[in-house]
Design a protein around this ligand. Structure first.
Ligand code: PSU
Ligand code: MN
Length: 340
């Protein structure tokens, strides 16, 4: 039997019905981002998506588990303000009492930033965290799933997860990579953090079919450092060019993500000698403490923050700000290509 005839085969009725309506859909005309009950969209986000104005998704694990309290709250608010001031609607994404929210209230934001019981939610955790009514910061993986389902096309983060350095012994590879293989979102990141195996991460991105371009560079950025030393095949010099790449990928039905590597200016990077020294100590400390699984990334970030006397936090904030600015420009260029 050919695949084509399956649609009318009574043995496959469920498959057919499922492609017509997804769980959580509400009846009515299918309008991107507005027709679904889950995730819950903040009014400003819904309004912007409805008329095709630019929207940028922001993750919340960087708030809950990446930056130290209480400065993380100030930073989270500043990230949103930075976008809103340029006419782009910010949509910080998180789980609040089990409800996946795209766009948070001030009270939600406070909980994510300050409540110590907030969990780290990756894509695979979403179902359990929702059913269990948990409050959680969403990783790049979980944020991408929710943003895309809401109809948001552009997402800014600090650094993406990736392949960990001891991969051969631990099999520790972030779900960020496999999720980006199946979610068509444009994500702006300063590469991946140097705590990872960067060449291996780039190989995996290639295997997984995730497109990678450098913004005004042909080198993959190194998060705390401007340059990871790894070459990229593609360089883009404007937000407009990136929006055109998104349109081209849509035209061929591409369903994977586009990763835009946006480096820090060299004068803002962490001192490379300090970086190398502290990183070696952090990796050794994680090993000695037997840190495993989802605790690895927060442990290393926290160690580096303390060992650099906060310098890594300043750099992390600069990274996030730069990525948010570029994501705002891309979302604006994208909206201009798609007038409502
Ligand atoms: N970038 C930061 N701080 C962070 C993270 C990224 O500057 O805390 C988070 C992101 O949410 C990313 C996650 O998705 O770390 C990766 O965690 P893991 O390696 O456990 O998948
Ligand atoms: Mn991991």
């Amino acid at each position: 039997m050919s695949a084509v005839s399956r649609g009318s085969d009574p043995a496959y009725p469920q498959k057919r019905a499922r492609s017509l309506r997804l769980p959580g859909d509400t009846p009515g005309p299918p309008r991107e981002g507005t027709g679904r009950a889950v995730p819950e969209l903040a009014p400003a986000v819904r309004a912007a998506l409805d008329v095709g104005r630019p929207v940028v998704a922001l993750e919340s694990t960087i708030i809950s588990h990446g930056l130290p309290r209480p400065g993380n709250l100030t930073a989270a608010i500043a990230f949103e303000t930075q976008l809103n001031e340029t006419g782009v609607t910010a949509a910080t994404i998180a789980l609040i009492d089990g409800v996946p929210k795209v766009g948070l209230t001030a009270a939600d934001m406070e909980r994510i930033a300050l409540d110590e019981s907030v969990v780290k939610v990756s894509s695979r955790d979403l179902g359990m965290a929702m059913a269990g009514k948990r409050t959680g910061g969403t990783t790049v993986a979980a944020t991408s799933v929710l943003a895309s389902r809401a109809g948001i096309r552009v997402f800014a983060t600090g650094g993406l997860g990736g392949v960990h350095r001891d991969f051969a012994g631990s099999f520790d590879e972030s779900a960020d990579l496999t999720v980006l293989a199946r979610i068509p979102i444009t994500i702006v990141s300063a590469g991946v953090k140097s705590i990872l195996d960067i060449p291996a991460t780039l190989e995996r991105l290639e295997t997984l079919g995730v497109a990678v371009v450098g913004y005004r560079t042909s080198r993959f950025p190194g998060f705390y450092l401007t340059d990871s030393g790894q070459d990229l095949d593609w360089r883009m010099d404007s937000a407009q060019e990136i929006a055109e790449v998104m349109a081209a990928r849509d035209a061929i039905g591409e369903t994977s993500a586009l990763l835009v590597g946006n480096p820090l200016p060299p004068d803002k990077q962490l001192d490379p000698d300090l970086h190398d020294r502290v990183l070696a100590q952090a990796l050794a400390a994680a090993e000695a403490a037997g840190i495993r699984g989802k605790a690895v990334t927060p442990f290393l970030l926290d160690y580096i923050q303390r060992a650099t006397g906060g310098a890594s936090v300043t750099v992390n904030l600069d990274v996030a700000r730069g990525n948010i600015a570029l994501a705002g420009q891309i979302a604006t260029a994208w909206a201009a290509l798609h007038p409502a």
